[in-house]
Design a protein around this ligand. Structure first.
Ligand code: ZN
Length: 244
């Protein structure tokens, strides 16, 4: 009879895909509420909005200062150089071209394979770190049109990773069915006004590396699709209505 292998990865621990934006910061807070030990991972794929990679360290530091009970659970931060993805991707996130919709209905900000690679590399880190849970901010409720943000894509990837790495990873996407207003609401539930303020002041969402002046919804150009979504969601949340 074939022996059943013990599941080696620790169910109390999580690795969060943490870019330093509004969504991944909310996911990090979600994980810190649920898991005893939480680590973070970021990817440098030569994104135009590289400022997010600096801003994420500020966000981590601010979380440690403002939420001591979360700071106790917050562990190592991993940084992975995925420059090769920027080299092979001809998109508006990795080239200096304007944002536009393509003929096939996808925005030209879609980086093919990005989230598939992120979760695969995150799983390789989690494998080494003995971590069971992987957390990402993918969402198919707000329109972005990215097929690798869809629930079925992530579920299929979970099966693939577990078959390919012989582990029992659980891929969590707490924002999957929330609109942007509800994501602000979730941040408020998790950390109250201090977390909402921290996200407004320190996270970077804008596709351009523009911090600019502070608006009531945070920093950014205010015009790109990412800013437009964040701004519309924040205003809707404050007015107590959906952002769709
Ligand atoms: Zn922007």
């Amino acid at each position: 009879m074939r022996a059943i292998k013990p599941l080696m990865n620790d169910a109390r621990s999580a690795l969060v895909l943490f870019s330093g934006g509004q969504d991944s910061t909310t996911c990090l807070a979600w994980a810190l509420e649920r898991f005893a030990h939480v680590e973070t991972v970021a990817f440098d794929y030569r994104q135009r909005h590289r400022i997010e990679l600096d801003q994420r360290l500020v966000v981590l530091d601010q979380i440690r200062q403002a939420f001591p009970h979360w700071a106790e659970r917050l562990g190592e931060d991993h940084f992975i150089d995925m420059g090769v993805l920027g080299q092979i991707s001809d998109t508006s996130l990795t080239r200096d071209v304007a944002f536009a919709m393509e003929k096939d209905g996808l925005p030209n900000s879609f980086v093919p394979g990005r989230n598939l690679l992120f979760f695969t590399f995150a799983a390789a880190v989690a494998w080494r770190r003995n971590i069971r849970n992987l957390v990402g901010g993918m969402c198919e409720t707000d329109f972005s049109g990215y097929p690798d943000c869809r629930d079925n894509t992530i579920k299929a990837l979970q099966v693939t990773l577990n078959l390919g790495m012989d582990r029992a990873f659980v891929l969590h996407t707490p924002l999957m069915w929330l609109d942007k207003a509800e994501t602000w609401g979730l941040a408020n539930e998790l950390g109250g006004p201090p977390l909402v303020d921290l996200i407004l002041e320190h996270t970077h969402t804008c596709y351009d590396s523009v911090r600019g002046t502070r608006s009531n919804w945070g920093y950014g150009c205010g015009e790109c699709p990412a800013c437009a979504l964040r701004k519309r969601g924040f205003i809707a949340w404050r007015e107590g209505r959906p952002s769709l």
